[in-house]
Design a protein around this ligand. Structure first.
Ligand code: F0G
Length: 482
């Protein structure tokens, strides 16, 4: 974003792009919102888009593409094998990440599947700064386990630590020494750590992780799905990197990692994924699995049009104006919510704004899913769809015991270049109204609980008729308006 100072002293994020294609939105009345949340079993994943006004469920696969990305799609080469489209993408990845091989996969979790199959054995351990849901599921499916070792501040809701996604280096050394290096499948760092609020790691911390890996002969794997945000934060917050270009920071990160994989639904603003590696042996093993699970190596279930757009999208990630748009909007939203004393994860991270449901609804027990309850309440309040990132997103253990999440967050994602400041202001307004009326909101309980990844398809009901009461209060306060 350009360095603009306003004459009038306002501090609004400023878009360095213009909008040339739009999608019409509808805001359905509160009565329909009440019906819709009931039909969806109070699970925002099960809402229909027709009932949603502002969709902040995720930034995955819903970012706005640039004109150059859309234009590139027109020249896609869809030959089954040896496509020029693939060659262009491969060489862009080689250029940006400096690894010899690029192995595509249809999305991020497909990379996790392949990596877990090849690298994780029964009883193996994967230390990581923090897990992502699908990553953990793939590792445990292989009989492995994870060790989450974020720095202590990583789990603090309010903090001024600039790099809450850092790994605790001493804890890493301890895990490796206790389990034995032969039991460590790999060490995983996640850029823009998703589940703790889109928080970045520093280049200095990644360096320190690399040193431990070198000491014990371990592989370092980077989940680069949220790398764009992390690159921006390193440049903005890490003093010694302030003079480096985004491209240089990206190269420095890549040099420290053995394997880089990503969901291109986030990185590159398309739909797809891939892995960058130097290890020839591992490449050959991947090449055996990819055609079985994904498709031939040069298309892997991705549309070639998306591949062309990814090649451009990865290059555009090196543009600071492009990658700072979402963090600037998120920082603005966090600032506005702070003005209303609404508890929110700080410092502002990437991906989205994360409301602390544990504080917002401090009268709702964690076992009644405060973050899920808040997500359903916000949909009622404004047709806004967020995502529960708390206990509902956890999985019961082998004995059926439900672990309570470290944090109960309502994630309001800001897909890149999609929403305007006035839409963000509307969301802040509805959250402020909800905060005023938070005592009306109660918890949820499962009526249909799937065994795996229950947050996707599980259905719940309110523990009392509080959703009807909230809708009635809405009518009382807002009259006939939407
Ligand atoms: N790793 C991270 C850090 C992610 O955030 C995601 C997806 C994945 C891996 C899996 O990638 O969806 O392409 O299979 N995150 C999405 C989200 C789903 O909404 O945060 P995928």
């Amino acid at each position: 974003m350009a360095d603009i100072r306003y004459f009038t002293g306002q501090s609004l994020p400023l878009e360095m792009h213009k909008v040339r294609v739009v999608q019409k939105l509808d805001l359905v009345p509160i009565e329909r919102r009440l019906e819709a949340i009931g039909e969806a079993g109070s699970n925002t994943f099960l809402l229909r888009n027709a009932d949603i006004f502002i969709d902040m469920l995720t930034d995955s696969g819903v970012n706005a593409m640039s004109d150059n990305q859309v234009a590139a799609m027109m020249k896609a080469d869809d030959s089954y094998a040896g496509s020029e489209t693939f060659t262009r993408l491969e060489s862009k990845c080689r250029d940006l990440f400096g690894k010899e091989y690029f192995v595509p996969a249809h999305q991020g979790r497909a990379c996790e599947h392949i990596l877990a199959q090849l690298l994780v054995g029964d009883g193996d351990v994967v230390p990581m700064n923090y897990h992502f849901t699908t990553t953990k599921a793939h590792i445990t499916l292989r009989g492995g386990s994870i060790e989450e070792i974020p720095i202590q501040e990583g789990l603090a809701v309010e903090s001024d630590h600039p790099f809450k996604g850092n790994m605790d280096i001493e804890a890493l050394r301890k895990v490796v020494e206790t389990k034995g290096p032969e039991k460590i499948a790999f060490v995983r760092m996640e850029a823009g750590t998703n589940l703790i609020g889109g928080q970045p790691f520093s280049l200095e911390n990644l360096n320190a992780v690399r040193q431990v890996c070198d000491q014990f002969g371990l592989r370092l794997v980077l989940d680069a799905s949220l790398l764009a945000d992390n690159l921006y934060f390193i440049k903005a917050r890490e003093d010694r990197c302030a003079q480096m270009s985004i491209r240089e920071i990206n190269a420095a990160i890549s040099d420290l990692c053995d394997i880089i994989y990503f969901s291109a639904r986030k990185l590159g603003c398309v739909r797809g994924g891939g892995m960058c590696i130097d290890d020839h042996e591992l490449y050959l093993q991947m090449r055996e699995l990819i055609p079985l699970y994904e498709g031939f190596l040069t298309y892997v279930g991705m549309s070639v049009r998306e591949m062309e757009a990814l090649t451009i999208g990865l290059e555009e990630t090196m543009d600071e104006d492009m990658i700072n748009q979402a963090p600037h909007f998120i920082a603005y939203m966090v600032e506005e919510l702070n003005k209303h004393q609404i508890p929110v994860v700080t410092p502002a991270g990437g991906l989205g704004c994360h409301v602390d449901a544990m504080q917002f609804l401090d009268h709702v027990p964690q076992k009644q899913y405060p973050a899920g309850a808040l997500a359903s309440a916000l949909f009622l309040a404004g047709g806004i769809r967020g995502m529960e990132r708390g206990t509902m997103s956890e999985q019961r253990d082998a004995d059926g015991v439900e672990p309570l999440a470290n944090m109960e967050l309502l994630r309001l994602a800001l897909p890149r270049r999609v929403f305007t400041v006035s839409q963000v202001n509307y969301v802040v307004d509805r959250l402020a109204w909800l905060y005023e009326n938070r005592h009306i909101v109660q918890g949820l309980r499962f009526v249909d609980e799937p065994k795996n990844l229950r947050f996707f398809f599980g259905k719940l009901e309110p523990v009392s008729p509080w959703q009807d009461a909230l809708a009635a209060k809405f009518r009382q306060d807002f009259g006939d308006s939407l």
